[in-house]
Design a protein around this ligand. Structure first.
Ligand SMILES: Cc1cc2nc3c(=O)[nH]c(=O)nc-3n(C[C@H](O)[C@H](O)[C@H](O)COP(=O)(O)OP(=O)(O)OC[C@H]3O[C@@H](n4cnc5c(N)ncnc54)[C@H](O)[C@@H]3O)c2cc1C
Length: 398
């Protein structure tokens, strides 16, 4: 058994550190207002839309990331990607999260960037959507969740009906990451079968300017970069039949095939964030004195840090094991969900412990802890809630 990090991961981490120092850090110093205590006030306008100056920074980093070969790193070589495996991607993700909030999150494009779901593109779709996406010229969004259905997304109310050689989509989506800015959306709608069937759902590629497609309310989300999530409305939205991604009626199952990698990335990101918070807290506990003694010498403090360090190591090994299984073609549903479940808890516990160790200083917005405290909470909700992960683990067991 070899526990060393793959050499490719080590090289990419080093290259990313250099890239961040040369390309991202100068932008961070130049635009401090987007990262300081009042970041939420500066990033969006009165309609909660991100301001052009902020969008330009994200775009600049995206273009530079494409040039440097980081963007689309996890996609296969035949579509211009770096063919990096799930384990390497996750280790790199952990490394990227082990730093204060910054513009580096634009390097991989997040939910708006390249996604293996689009490997189902045919030749024409590849030219129109996947190639420009890989080149950082356009962005996308994944539109599955609806006001009435999240955990049970396959019970969706959105419908698409065939009319001649067009599909007519009606429905509403919510909480869609990058929804306000995506050039096209991957939209899921029922095309046949009964409520709750896994088959009978089709994925459509819908251009942002397609008549019948409107951006609704931009959500105000806790702890996240403001202006990122939106409602999408489809009102007799007609798309030609060649806008179907992959096979008609098979969209949901194909999308679910890729979701495991996302869960592992969340677990890995949680480990990185928790490590960042632990390191900060250890440093603080060494230096902060009360009653003439560093607080780190009190077991009330040091035991909290010991527990956190132990949890970090557990989740680190767990997500790496899940990734290793996936890379080796083994079924890893249980381990992916276990890693996501424990990773989400870890990110929240770490923010809570860091805040406790820092006392009042940790509670104030001058330190990144309070932002982490708020942003960690979503890990227990998106990409499958805690309860849905437990449901998956239990199903695999029983
Ligand atoms: C910041 C953010 C970004 C998001 N980005 C996207 C995106 O880009 N695209 C997209 O499609 N979606 C996105 N989502 C939606 C996300 O995937 C859903 O919010 C999530 O799946 C939960 O669905 P729900 O909110 O409808 O909650 P519900 O499904 O209504 O669940 C409510 C509660 O009931 C629990 N519950 C539900 N079913 C069961 C059960 N069988 N057993 C036990 N408990 C159960 C849940 O765990 C939860 O605690 C995003 C959400 C957030 C918050």
């Amino acid at each position: 058994m070899d526990f060393s990090e793959p050499s490719e991961a080590v090289q990419i981490k080093k290259a990313l550190d250099d890239f961040i120092e040369q390309e991202v850090a100068p932008l961070e110093s130049e635009h401090e207002q987007f990262l300081g205590a009042d970041y939420e006030k500066h990033i969006v306008d009165e309609n909660h839309r991100q301001v052009p100056e902020y969008r330009e920074i994200v775009e600049t980093i995206r273009k530079k990331s494409v040039e440097a070969g980081f963007y689309g790193m996890t996609m296969p070589e035949e579509v211009g990607g770096g063919d990096v495996d799930i384990l390497t991607r996750a280790i790199v993700g952990e490394h990227m999260s082990n730093r204060p909030p910054g513009f580096h999150s634009a390097i991989f494009g997040g939910a708006g960037g390249p996604t293996p779901i689009l490997l189902a593109c045919d030749e024409d779709q590849r030219e129109e959507y996947l190639d420009p996406l890989m080149d950082g010229e356009i962005t996308t969004c994944f539109a599955l969740t609806e006001p009435g259905h999240g955990s049970d997304a396959h019970h969706m109310d959105s419908r698409a009906e065939k009319d001649g050689d067009e599909w007519v989509i009606n429905g509403q989506k919510v909480y869609i990451t990058n929804g306000p800015y995506a050039d096209f959306a991957m939209v899921f709608a029922r095309t046949s079968g009964e409520d709750g069937d896994l088959s009978g759902i089709t994925c459509f590629l819908v251009d942002a300017d397609n008549p019948g497609f409107e951006i609704g309310t931009i959500h105000r989300a806790m702890g996240m970069t403001p202006g990122t999530h939106a409602e999408l409305h489809f009102d007799d939205c007609r798309v030609p039949e060649d806008q179907v991604l992959g096979e008609v009626d098979r969209g949901f199952q194909s999308a679910m095939d890729w979701i495991g990698g996302g869960r592992i990335n969340i677990a890995a990101g949680s480990v990185g964030t928790a490590q960042f918070l632990l390191d900060m807290s250890v440093e603080y506990a060494r230096n902060r004195e009360t009653f003439d003694t560093p607080i780190g010498h009190r077991q009330g403090i040091s035991f909290q840090l010991a527990e956190l360090a132990t949890d970090i190591e557990q989740v680190r090994q767990l997500y790496r094991y899940a990734a290793w299984k996936m890379d080796n073609g083994e079924r890893a549903r249980k381990e992916e969900s276990m890693a996501k479940l424990r990773g989400a808890k870890l990110a929240n516990d770490a923010a809570d412990i860091a805040m406790q160790v820092h006392g009042g200083a940790g509670f104030m917005k001058d330190m990144p802890i309070e932002r982490n405290y708020r942003s960690a909470r979503v890990f227990r909700i998106f990409e499958g809630t805690d309860e849905i992960q437990k449901r998956t683990i239990a199903r695999e067991l029983i």
